[in-house]
Design a binder for this molecule. Structure first.
Ligand code: ACM
Ligand code: ZN
Length: 540
């Protein structure tokens, strides 16, 4: 025990020196609305218990927090269900739907010398309180050779700016293992995103098992080869290797549950009427020409889309019935983007529908298609989201528009009293280059720096205050044509999704403060095992 006196001295030194914290030393992203630091410290060690009241979701949160701390620091914190006992040193999670001070997703986090209290009116709020506490621990002072971490005493009051904070992932152009999808969801949780938009069907692959249509798994999930290099390279070259895969319904359930445990809703996207070549390869009778069709081997937009005959609606309704059983989300995303009309123009079945329904043209036919699907989903208690092309030919009555070709779609939707989610290519497409393209790994194009993402304001200036309420939030899109591996997906989203988290959460953004924090977050990524772009400040 010879080292004990020295250790005690060191400990006292760290305790006393820690108390010179300033507000800006707390490296939480997204920046909480209010932080007040006081002049003392709480010491984490294995004696700290996580206490929670009798609530299943809070039990899950306490365990998740304990796992995060163990994985990051090797520090084991016990979790314990208790009634209202805060007599001992520990973390206390308190939930009370009567807390009028907190919005649905808001929370307060108070760190005192002897206890930490997280209060919220819903499990969403308490989850975000725990995420903030985890980030505070990551930036805490680890006392060498001990299991002690010192964090400042403080008070945080926090709630998000927007109700929709999303990240998307295309698993069709390239597919990723279940374990990676979970790791990606952990990252969403870390940055307080509440929605995972899972892009499951495409020309290049169908990735979700549908029991009624087994050929979607057998045929639509596989392509015979894949384009090598950039789409624009001449001549185009292919790798000659079959590529594919799909998520079984059990795996989908596992992922939906994993996300729900982290207060994240998964919105599935089943594309229609375009981006459907993989489905047509297995069920050619659903196309206008009858095929044969092949699962696409290169990127882009394809002329062959679902025909508007009755058989297609029957197919899609059956698919959506299974999808709704797997995903409890209010929203189902039905795509709607990039559907060329050339086949419909030449198809007698499609032209018959135009006549039968008294439609003006193929744009109205697309609108008819989407409205029918909306009616079906509405009748099952769900709402649709579609890409901004669903505005063309008339918006379905209850649709939410995802504005991707700029902000005009979102503006038009809001002005027509529809909800909108902003995801313009200019700021929210994380498949774009983020640094000098001469030295970066291959990407689709564009140039969307960290600062550009950070500068984004989801509510367009041209909206009135009332219309502005229709802007539910924003989302980062991750199209994976050029992202073959999980590591590369991580590289493209980190640190840009950190910037987007402040866009959607923080009322009073501060770029200089964010820039300062992001270097500390690089250390977190290292500790948590994520790949990232460590040079996000290049300007060309
Ligand atoms: C899209 O990027 N085609 C929505
Ligand atoms: Zn047709």
């Amino acid at each position: 025990m010879k080292t004990a006196p020295f250790f005690i001295l060191l400990f006292l030194f760290v305790i006393s020196s820690c108390c010179r914290y300033e507000t800006d030393d707390v490296m939480i992203i997204p920046q909480p609305q209010q932080i007040e630091i006081s002049n003392s410290a709480f010491v984490f060690d294995s004696g700290v218990e996580i206490n929670y009241p009798n609530n299943e979701e809070l039990a899950v949160q306490a365990t998740y927090f304990s796992e995060l701390v163990f994985n990051s620091f090797g520090l084991k914190l016990e979790t314990k269900q208790i009634e209202d006992n805060n007599s001992h040193r520990g973390i206390f999670i308190k939930l009370n739907s009567d807390y009028e001070d907190f919005a649905d997703e808001g929370y307060s986090l108070i760190i005192e010398k002897n206890k930490i209290v997280i209060e919220a009116s819903s499990p969403k709020g308490s989850f975000y309180g725990l995420q903030s506490l985890y980030q505070i621990l990551l930036s805490g002072n680890r006392i060498d050779d001990s299991d002690k971490i010192v964090v400042p005493t403080l008070e945080i009051t926090d709630e998000p700016l927007f109700p929709y904070r999303g990240m998307h992932l295309d698993v069709c152009r390239h597919m990723f293992p279940v374990e990676f999808v979970k790791k990606y969801i952990d990252l969403l949780a870390f940055y307080k995103f509440n929605t995972f938009h899972w892009h499951l069907t495409e020309d290049q692959g169908w990735r979700i098992e549908i029991k009624k249509y087994p050929k979607l798994a057998e045929i639509s999930s596989m392509r015979k080869e894949t384009l090598i290099g950039h789409y624009g390279d001449k001549p185009q070259k292919f790798d000659g290797k079959p590529y594919g895969g799909y998520y079984t319904q059990d795996e989908v359930r596992e992922i939906v549950k994993y996300a729900a445990d982290r207060q994240i809703t998964v919105i599935p996207e089943i594309e229609m009427p375009g981006h459907s070549l993989a489905a047509l390869a297995a069920y050619p009778e659903l196309g206008c020409t009858g095929g044969p069709y092949e699962v696409a081997t290169k990127w882009g937009v394809f002329e062959d889309i679902y025909c508007t005959k009755e058989q297609t609606f029957e197919f899609l309704e059956n698919v959506l019935l299974e999808v709704m059983e797997l995903f409890p989300s209010k929203y189902i995303h039905i795509g709607g983007d990039e559907a060329p009309k050339s086949r419909w123009k030449e198809c007698s079945a499609c032209q018959d529908v135009i006549v039968r329904e008294g439609l003006k043209d193929e744009h109205e036919l697309q609108s008819y298609f989407i409205q029918r699907m909306e009616k079906y989903l509405n009748s099952h208690g769900r709402s649709i989201i579609g890409w901004d092309e669903i505005l063309e030919g008339g918006l379905a009555p209850n649709a939410t528009v995802m504005s991707w070709r700029g902000t005009e779609g979102g503006i038009a939707a809001a002005k027509q009293d529809h909800d909108a989610i902003m995801t313009p290519g200019s700021h929210c497409y994380f498949d774009h280059y983020q640094a000098d393209r001469k030295t970066e790994p291959i990407a689709i194009g564009g140039f969307t720096t960290l600062e550009k993402v950070y500068s984004y304001e989801p509510v367009p200036d041209s909206l009135t205050n009332e219309e502005a309420l229709r802007i539910l939030g924003a989302q980062g899109n991750v199209w994976t044509e050029y992202m073959e591996t999980p590591e590369y997906v991580e590289y493209m989203v980190l640190p840009r999704m950190a910037a987007l988290s402040e866009v959607t959460w923080t009322g009073d953004k501060n770029w200089d403060l964010f820039k300062n924090k992001i270097f500390t977050h690089f250390e977190y990524y290292d500790r948590m095992g994520y790949n990232y772009c460590d040079h996000p400040f290049e300007t060309k």
